[in-house]
Design a protein around this ligand. Structure first.
Ligand SMILES: [Fe+2]
Ligand SMILES: [Fe+2]
Length: 235
């Protein structure tokens, strides 16, 4: 199976003009498309509508998670409904299997990596914040446990490792992902993980357990190859 993956479309009519052509090529190049969040720019239903119209033209299965920008308008439930109605496999602590490959996904959350992971101590606000990161981790755990396939791919919006956010200002690393996610990826021995969100991060890295992690933020991919806002994987 050949999989195309991308993230951070941040739909606006102007931004979409730049990628219309390469997006249409995905249909000929891939059997399935992964969209790792930030599909809309401000979480507006009209942004989602335009983006969905272009996804539907591809006529290949689409596996997606939402990103923080898709939450900005407070209409994430409506956006999710729109996607599901068009047949997009929207993963939110859930899995999807196709041709022997399993996909487990969730948005993920922030909170930092390694020794810098924020822990639930002190003020209730801090505890609530950390709980959100833990909840997303548990959702990913549940999604992975549900898959019966030997090959499992993890899709998140936030980064599971620090290596693929390298390139961003160090001061904002804790806002770009959560290392808690990578522990789950290792425990379930996923074959690879993709994420977005860190527009100026690095293309690839590995979890402690050696699982390859790819940052498929469109801006990052286009900085490398302007004509290819997506990355291809042969599974
Ligand atoms: Fe983004
Ligand atoms: Fe984001």
């Amino acid at each position: 199976m050949r999989i195309a993956a991308l993230a951070d479309l941040h739909f606006s009519p102007q931004s979409y003009d730049r990628i219309r052509e390469p997006m249409n090529r995905i249909r000929d190049e891939a059997d399935l498309l992964i969209v790792a969040g930030d599909i809309t720019n401000l979480g507006k239903p009209e942004e989602m509508e335009s983006m969905l119209a272009s996804f539907m033209r591809l006529r290949i299965p689409i596996v997606a998670v939402l990103g923080n920008h898709d939450y900005e308008g407070g209409k994430q439930a409506e956006l999710a409904k729109m996607m599901i109605a068009e047949g997009v496999k929207l993963l939110d602590g859930s899995g999807y299997e196709r041709d022997g490959v399993g996909f487990a996904g969730t948005k993920g959350f922030l909170g930092g990596f390694g020794r810098g992971v924020l822990t639930a101590f002190g003020e209730p606000e801090v505890k609530a914040f950390v709980q959100s990161a833990i909840d997303e981790t548990l959702k990913l755990e549940r999604a992975l446990s549900m898959l019966r396939t030997e090959k499992r791919i993890v899709v998140t919006h936030y980064a599971p490792i620090a290596e693929t956010v390298r390139g961003e200002p160090e001061q904002i690393y804790p806002y770009l992902g959560s290392g808690r996610l990578s522990e789950v990826i290792d425990r379930h021995q996923a074959i690879l993980a993709v994420h977005g969100h860190a527009h100026h991060g690095s293309l690839e890295g590995k979890t402690t357990g050696g699982v390859p992690v790819y940052n498929v933020a469109m801006h990052l991919l286009m900085a490398r190859t302007p004509a290819s806002p997506y990355r291809l994987f042969d599974i």
